[in-house]
Every structure is written in structure tokens, then in C-alpha cells.
Design a protein around this ligand. Structure first.
Ligand code: AMP
Length: 550
């Protein structure tokens, strides 16, 4: 028997129209580095998105299913592209402007992007690549910055100015009726090994994910909030925030290219966001900044931290500043919201703590299971560690196979029954809280036992003189692998390895304590700000680290 309910497609267009009409006066504020930021209402941004869609269709000839790339910071124009491109039936392809040039070239060619919208400040990165990007027919330049690099560019692509392109075009668009399962946006994984892989989000997955982002068990924001979106729009759709804001009218504060701790602290003090989202390294940097130069962060009641494990010491430090951190886990393949660590009801602050430091619970749209080394399903007993697999309506079922190609389902990424293999290892408690102990490839396998590099890092970063710490497995004749602790000390700190090892001994079993130690100036980071452990492993193998054995 069928239901009697209407069947309205769940599309990005619907989110855009809702935001423009119902939350017309909500605001997008973009930091400019000038005394005044740029301010734009949702209605204005929506109208400009309509103008952009007209321009893309009528002037650039962008058609249904065509890929339009963005190479942009977080700003209002990027948000306009977020809505215009999918709503007209084309596919938004966000490019990570921190990727090595050869990866960017590979990705643009693989996606066969026809046009790219680029911030002028990023032109020095794009222009040298143009001779290698034969599919790009149009370059749309937006925002302040020198355009002179384009003058001698080796490309047949036509160059347009964003503002000139959209000027005078209609402020409304007869948006097409789209299949909710059609492609709306795509994002390639950071690809630490092998070629990057393209995840293609559907209108439906974005719609459902946005609803989840807005639920109070996730970020739970409303039109009374302002969110500071530090997580880049090129990194998993800025964790779904841009779409989620138009659903509930959340005001948006966009940092553009001002991502250093000092301007971030200034924008928080001046614009008073109630929420912010970023990876732990951003919060580490901001903490160091406000410790040196105190700022009023009190507006920011809560922040979402994810992308890599949040050190509990960092959470505690923000607790002291009155900023409540909520830890979240996700991946490019999971849109990204996979879990969030809100403690269950009815607990004291002390009782909440062990829940808050986990990766959190799955929302109703995400199912998880743990798989052991022999492929067996493990119990949720808080002890049995295995690889996490997930499935749900905003989880990838395959990677993009290129124009005309079949979707790709590598056996190491998808189970035979269609679950995503996350590559993350952890345990799940009987009440459903996930604790990740490592990436499968980062686990230290010492004499048949596993050592969690994350646990050692967290314990080290709890030391008051340690700014950052990364632990990697290094080959060991006797044990197979042993941990190497690389440590970044805070300015002026003098603590020795022996003291640090003793300090670790307070929380970690003796046999897990690292024998090898090295001081480093900074932990190498990936293009999205995560610890890049493969660089440390290589530096160790090449003898570039000054290692002390204890
Ligand atoms: P990406 O697709 O680049 O966002 O990377 C996803 C990966 O980041 C996950 O598979 C995890 O290994 C890692 N990750 C994300 N969030 C967390 C977290 N809260 N704790 C630990 N690892 C995380």
C-alpha cells in the first residue's frame, strides 16, 4: 500500500528559496581586513545567486550536469555559488586551494570542470596551472586582489569579472524541477595516498544532512545565532553549514582569507558569533593567541571541533574561557556529519566529561558497526576495537568514475553489502558512544599489541609546556613497531624528554611509553589542517629528525 503523502523533491533549490523568503533579513558578514566587513542579507545573496545562475546559463552556456568549480575562500560570493550552481542543475565542484598543484590539475581534469569561479587573491595559484586545464572554458574572477597575472595567461578560456557578469541580470530564476537524486556538489578526498577520489553529493543527501546539522543533537543553531565558519567551504561543504544556515536563518560570519589566529580573535570580539566550527589546529592557534593577547570570546557559547581528534586538554582550556566545545567525527564521504559528542541527559559536569571526549553518538541517519580483523562484527562493549563502517542517506556509496565512467567501489572502501569502510579504528560503548583510537594506518603495532597514537598525543598535549605532539609508528627490530613522539614545545618552555615520559606514565601503560623522542618546530599539516603523519614518518626514515632514545 502506498502512502497518501505528497512527494516533493528534497533539493538545494528548496533550501535557497526558503532562506531567501523566510529568513530574508539574516546576514552573511564577510571579513575584509578593512575597518568594515562586507554585509549582505540572505535575500540579497539569494537574488545574486539567481543573477549568477542567469549569467552561467546565458553567457557561459553552463548546462545541466556541467561541473562548475570554485577556488575560493569562505565568503558571501562562494555561498552564492553554493546555491546558484546546484539549483540551476549544474554541479558545484569545490577545489581545495591548499592542494599541491599537480593534485589540483588532476582533480579539475578528472571532473572535467567547464568553468571556475576564483577569488582574485588565489589567481597566483591558478594561472600557472591553466595550460594544463584544457576543459576550463571560463574563469570568473571575484573579490579584491591583483588580476595582472591573468594578462599573460596561457589559456583559451574567457575571463569574466564576477560583479560585471551578474550585474543587471534578473533577481529571480525559473529554477528547474530537479531529481533529488541528481548530483548537486562534489568534493575530492584529500588523498594522502594514491589519486584523490571524488565524492558526489546529491540534492537529497545535502537536504537531509542540513536538517541533521540543524537538529539540537548536532549543531542546533537558529536565527538568533551567528556561526563563524572557519572550516573551509572546500572541505566537505564547510561541514554542511552553508546549506544549514539557509534552512533556519543562522547568521553567517565568513573569515575569507583571514584565517590566522589574530584576525580570527578580532572578528570574534567584534562580530560576536555564538558558534564556530573548525579543526583542532585552528583552536590551538587561537588559544595561544588569546593567551598572549587576551580577547573577549564570551559571545561564542559553543564550538564544533572535528576533522581530527580533539585533545581533551584543548577542550578543558576552552571550558575555562566559557566556550563549550562539542567534538564531532566525519569524513568527506559522510557529508561529513557522522557523530557528535553531546553527553546524555541528567549528568553533572564531571559525569559528562567522559562522554564529551569521545567522538560521540550516531544521529538517526547514520548507522555504524565495528568490524574485527577477521571480518567479524564486534560487540558495542566499549572494549572490542575494530574498523568503523557506516551507512545512511548522506554516506557515499561509491566514488565518481569520471565523465561517462562507472562509479568506483574499491573493496578497501566499500563492503560487499554496501557499507562505507571508514579506515578509522575504535570502540563503541554499550550506550552508543564511539571512541576512535586511531586511523587504521596510524595504529602502532608493537609486539602483537596495538598502541593508540592518538591516546599518546592527547596525553602529551595535556602537559602545560607542550604546544603540539604527534606520535607515529617507526620500525623496531624487537617489537616490529614502536612509537616515536615528536613534540612542539610552547615558547620559552624547557621541559626535557625524561620529564615528559614520566608525565605520560601517569596516564599510559608503561609498555606503551615511547623510547624515541624528537623536538620539532611544528607538526606538519595536511591541506585541511590535520596532522600529516606520513611526512613525519618520511623525515624519520630519511634521518632528518634529531631523535633521542631514552
Ligand atoms: P576528511 O575526509 O579529509 O575530512 O578526513 C576524514 C578523516 O578525518 C576521518 O576518517 C578520521 O580519520 C579523521 N577525523 C575526522 N574527525 C575526527 C575526530 N573527531 N576524531 C578523530 N579523527 C577524526
Amino acid at each position: 500500500m502506498l502512502s497518501t503523502m505528497q512527494d516533493a523533491p528534497l533539493t538545494v533549490t528548496r533550501i535557497l528559496q526558503h532562506g531567501m523568503r523566510i529568513h530574508a533579513t539574516s546576514r552573511i558578514t564577510t571579513w575584509t581586513g578593512e575597518p568594515e566587513p562586507q554585509r549582505r542579507s540572505f535575500r540579497e545573496a539569494g537574488e545574486r545567486a539567481s543573477r549568477l545562475a542567469h549569467a552561467l546559463r546565458d553567457e557561459l552556456g553552463i548546462d545541466t550536469g556541467d561541473r562548475v568549480a570554485t577556488l575560493m575562500w569562505n565568503n558571501a560570493e562562494h555561498l552564492e555559488a553554493y546555491f546558484a550552481i546546484p539549483s540551476m542543475g549544474a554541479v558545484l565542484h569545490t577545489l581545495n586551494l591548499r592542494l599541491p598543484p599537480e593534485q589540483l590539475v588532476w582533480i579539475v581534469n578528472h571532473a572535467a570542470d567547464r568553468a571556475v569561479v576564483v577569488n582574485a587573491s588565489v589567481l597566483p595559484l591558478l594561472v600557472p596551472l591553466l595550460p594544463h586545464l584544457p576543459t576550463i572554458e571560463h574563469i570568473v574572477v571575484s573579490g579584491p586582489g591583483d588580476r595582472s597575472a591573468l594578462a599573460g595567461a596561457d589559456t583559451a578560456a574567457r575571463v569574466h569579472e564576477y560583479e560585471e557578469l551578474i550585474a543587471g541580470r534578473p533577481a529571480s530564476y525559473d529554477w528547474p524541477e530537479l531529481d533529488e537524486r541528481s548530483a548537486a556538489a562534489m568534493c575530492y578526498t584529500s588523498g594522502t595516498t594514491g589519486d584523490p577520489r571524488g565524492v558526489v553529493y546529491s540534492h537529497r543527501s545535502i537536504y537531509l544532512h542540513s536538517m541533521q546539522v540543524n537538529m539540537s543533537e548536532s549543531m542546533g543553531l537558529t536565527d538568533k545565532d551567528t556561526t563563524l565558519v572557519v572550516v573551509p567551504q572546500f572541505h566537505v561543504n564547510a561541514w554542511g553549514l552553508p546549506h544549514a544556515t539557509f534552512m533556519t536563518g543562522i547568521n553567517v560570519l565568513m573569515p575569507d582569507r583571514f584565517l590566522q589566529p589574530a584576525p580570527l580573535a578580532e572578528m570574534i570580539e567584534r562580530e560576536k558569533p555564538t558558534h564556530a566550527a573548525a579543526v583542532p589546529t585552528i583552536w590551538q592557534g587561537l588559544l595561544a593567541e588569546v593567551t598572549a593577547n587576551p580577547r573577549d570570546l564570551s559571545s561564542m557559547r559553543h564550538v564544533t571541533i572535528g576533522g581530527s581528534a580533539c585533545p581533551p586538554a584543548l577542550m578543558k582550556a576552552y571550558d575555562k574561557l566559557g566556550v563549550r566545545v562539542c567534538h564531532a567525527w566525519g569524513m568527506t564521504e559522510t557529508s561529513p556529519l557522522g557523530t557528535m559528542a553531546h553527553a546524555p541527559a541528567g549528568l553533572s559536569a564531571d559525569q559528562e566529561w567522559p562522554y564529551r571526549v569521545t567522538q560521540g553518538r550516531f544521529p538517526a541517519g547514520v548507522e555504524g558497526r565495528l568490524v574485527g580483523p577477521e571480518g567479524e562484527f564486534l560487540p558495542w562493549d566499549g572494549e572490542s576495537a575494530g574498523e568503523l563502517e557506516v551507512r545512511g542517506p548522506w554516506i557515499a556509496s561509491a566514488y565518481y568514475g569520471g565523465a561517462g565512467g562507472e562509479p568506483i567501489r574499491p573493496a578497501d572502501k566499500f563492503s560487499e553489502d554496501g557499507w562505507l569502510k571508514t579506515g578509522d579504528v575504535g570502540v563503541i560503548s554499550p550506550d552508543g558512544f564511539l571512541t576512535l583510537t586511531d586511523r587504521a594506518k596510524d595504529v602502532i603495532k608493537s609486539g602483537g599489541e596495538w598502541i593508540s597514537s592518538v591516546e599518546l598525543e592527547n596525553a602529551l598535549m595535556a602537559h602545560p609546556e607542550v604546544a603540539e605532539a604527534a606520535v607515529v609508528a617507526v620500525p623496531d627490530e624487537r617489537w616490529g613497531e614502536r612509537p616515536l613522539a615528536t613534540v612542539v614545545l610552547k615558547e620559552g618552555a624547557t621541559v626535557g624528554y625524561g620529564t615528559l615520559k614520566e608525565f605520560l606514565g601517569g596516564t599510559v601503560a608503561k609498555w606503551q611509553l615511547p623510547e624515541r623522542w624528537a623536538l620539532i618546530p611544528a607538526v606538519p599539516k595536511t591541506s585541511v589542517g590535520k596532522f600529516d603523519k606520513k611526512v613525519i614518518r618520511r623525515q624519520y626514515a630519511d634521518g632528518e629528525l634529531d631523535v633521542t632514545e631514552l
